[in-house]
Each structure stands twice: as C-alpha cells, then as structure tokens.
Design a protein around this ligand. Structure first.
Ligand code: ATR
Length: 310
C-alpha cells in the first residue's frame, strides 16, 4: 500500500524555512507543516537561526540547496529588500520582505514558484513579497466580522506595525482615523503621509470625542505582565468603541482585550495576522489554497495549547 507522501522525509522532500534572530519561539513550523500534511505534500518547514550579518549568504544558501521558499522575521524584513532579485509590488509598497519565493520559468517562459511542478527552468530568481500588510486587514475584517469601509478607528501606536496598519486601514477606505503614540513625531509624519496619499480619509491626532467603530492596539504594551494599558483611561473610555483588536497574540488576552470584553466590545487578538500572513506565503509557494482550518488549529494548539480561542 502507498504511504501518504507526508509520512517520512525522503529524497523528494521539498523544504521551506523561517529565518529569524531569535527564532526558537516561532510557531510558523507548527502550522505550515500542518498545512503541508493536510494537502498530503511531501514538504517540510524548519526554523533557522540566522544572524543579520549572515542573512545574505543564508538566502543564497537556501537558493543553492533548492529550498522552495523562506519566511523572514525580526530583524530581517527590511534588510532583505536589497538581497532579492525582484520585489513583488507588495514588498515595494510596504518596504519590507517577509516572504521569499525561489522561482524558475515554466514551459511557457513564465516565472513560477519552483515548488510548482512545471517550473523546471534551470535559472532561479529570488522574489520578495510582503504578506503581512494584507494579513492585518484580513484578520480585522474576518475575526471581528467588521467591514472597515466608512468606519472610524483609533490606532494606538505608530511603530513599524502601527504604521502599516494605519496605511492599510486608509487603503481600506475607513472614513476617520485617530492616531495616538508616545512619540509624537511619528504621528505627525504618519498624518502627513495619510493626507498626501489618502486625501479622502479624515485623520486626527489624539483620542476621539465621539463613538468609534474600532480601537486597535499596535503598541507592544501588553506583552509583559507589568505593562500599563496602551491608552490613557482618563482620556479615552473604551465603551466609546464598538470593537477592539490587539496585534499582540501572546498572551492571548492582554489587559486591554480583557477590559474591552468586560465592556461588551467584540474583541480579537493578533493570532489571525500570523495565520493569514503564513497562509498567503503557503499559497505563493505551493500555488494551492491554504488549508486554513487545519493550519489555524495547529497554530492555536501550539500557542495556547487548545485548538479554539474563546
Ligand atoms: P513594531 O515593529 O512591533 O511595531 P516598534 O516599531 O518598536 O515595534 O513599535 C512599538 C510601538 O509600541 C511604538 O508605537 C512604541 O511607541 P514609540 O513610537 O513612542 O516608541 C510603542 N511603545 C513601546 N513601549 C511603550 C511604552 N512603554 N509606552 C508607550 N508606548 C510604547
């Protein structure tokens, strides 16, 4: 009887990896391998600790070894911008690469992932994508069941993740954005960027006076038990918001999300962002729809020890 292709690693096994520093906390191998297993693909995904000064040679090495694709995590995403042969529009737009696809030409001369069986050309190019930005929007939309068009949103934080979230929300045609950040200069820059690129979106610095649809935490406050709330409760009443999203997913419920739920807000954490950025990378490499239910289950089991999130 034939064994399922995923049962053992053999001479046909195709490889993907995540490069990061540090990387041992990564949940990506757990849910990517579950995706391969669910589609009966003889592929494996491993985590490689790659220091920033060896990133270029690690990418070259993966190319030479026949890897299909690589995810990049902290601190590599911006560094990799000039280490690939081609930047997909997504990477150009966000100025960061979180997914690399090693591509060859197919029989029609079109570049394709070399994980796809008819991409058999000898020449290999390294293509950089960004799947993070779309994942933020998808997670908010699907996990909170919130269509963002025309909505008003308070974003807490204007670091790397906050900036991308704010620009993605503007692109999704929210009507009004309120921006709060400890370092004011970042808000000033971001406000100017929105006014220039998305003139239809009203943008204000500071907390809203009226009711809003969503409050989004993009700060790192909540990662540590001793952290304060990411907003000033004397200046903003959470009950003014319809729903709350925290980009932090570990802990699964930050004090911010706990407070939001206790006030009756619909709430979600950032685990969906992790899932959707990985699912998109999976699709870029395999050319097949990601088995989301199985991947989600594996991700939740790895992070929370349960396959559902209450
Ligand atoms: P990331 O790439 O995850 O967004 P980051 O760019 O370092 O990481 O951004 C962290 C965010 O959390 C920033 O908005 C940061 O505020 P500053 O821009 O003022 O640094 C915010 N943050 C981190 N620690 C904070 C603290 N103790 N109080 C308030 N905001 C904090």
């Amino acid at each position: 009887m034939n064994q399922p292709a995923t049962e053992k690693i053999n001479a046909h096994t195709k490889l993907c990896a995540v490069f990061g520093f540090p990387v041992r906390h990564s949940a990506s191998p757990d849910f990517q391998n579950e995706g391969f297993r669910a589609l009966n693909l003889n592929w494996r995904y491993v985590a490689c600790e790659v220091e920033p000064n060896t990133l270029r040679s690690a990418i070259e090495g993966a190319k030479a070894l026949g890897f299909v694709g690589v995810n990049l995590t902290v601190p590599h995403k911006m560094l990799a911008m000039d280490m690939v042969d081609v930047l997909d529009e997504s990477a150009k737009k966000w100025g960061a690469v979180n997914t690399i696809s090693f591509q060859s030409k197919n029989s029609h001369g079109i570049w394709e992932s070399r994980g796809i069986s008819n991409a058999t050309g000898k020449e290999v190019r390294v293509c950089g994508f960004n799947t993070d930005a779309d994942a933020i929007l998808r997670s908010i939309t699907e996990d909170l069941e919130l269509d963002l068009s025309g909505k008003s949103v308070l974003v807490l934080g204007a670091g790397g993740a906050g900036r991308v979230a704010v620009l993605k929300l503007a692109e999704a045609k929210v009507s009004r954005l309120y921006l709060v950040n400890r370092t004011q200069s970042k808000i000033v820059e971001l406000e100017a960027e929105i006014k220039r690129d998305f003139p239809g979106v009203m943008v204000e610095k500071g907390y809203p006076a009226n009711k809003i649809d969503l409050v989004l935490n993009a700060t790192s406050l909540g990662l540590k038990a001793e952290d304060t709330l990411p907003f000033d409760p004397d200046r903003f009443d959470l009950q003014k918001a319809g729903s709350a999203y925290d980009m932090i997913y570990n802990p699964g419920e930050t004090p911010f999300l706990k407070m939001a739920r206790s006030h009756g807000l619909k709430a979600a954490n950032g685990v969906g962002m992790l899932l959707y950025q990985g699912a998109k990378a999976f699709e870029i490499w395999t050319g097949r729809p990601a088995p989301l239910a199985e991947m989600r289950k594996a991700l939740l089991a790895r992070i929370y020890g349960t396959d559902t999130l209450s």
